[in-house]
Write a protein that binds this ligand. Structure first.
Ligand code: ZN
Length: 95
């Protein structure tokens, strides 16, 4: 058994960074640079954090317009997200 099998409990994952990180007092963990580059993660990206058994899974949050489900140029409006076209429609309605 190699180190990775030790860490993963023998499960098959796509790739491992081999890095072990320590959570700080605020619950923060640094994602290794090699993982950020591999996954094209950028500062400001948002994640949904889910648990599965003993695993913690970070799912990149990719907001979609709640009207048309488009994911291009989506911005938060109130409690949901809208694309540019639907933001303009809402602005016309409330103007
Ligand atoms: Zn839309």
């Amino acid at each position: 058994m190699n180190n990775y099998e030790n860490i993963s409990g023998g499960q098959n994952f796509d790739q491992t960074s081999g890095a072990i990180r320590t959570m700080d007092e605020f619950g923060r963990i640094i994602i290794p640079k090699i993982v950020r580059e591999r996954m094209c993660l950028l500062e400001g990206d948002q994640f949904e954090i889910v648990t599965q058994g003993t695993q913690i899974i970070f799912i990149r949050h990719e907001p979609k317009c709640f009207v048309c489900e488009d994911d291009i140029n989506v911005q938060k409006v109130g409690r949901g997200y809208l694309c540019e076209e639907h933001r303009e429609m809402v602005e016309e309605i409330i103007a």
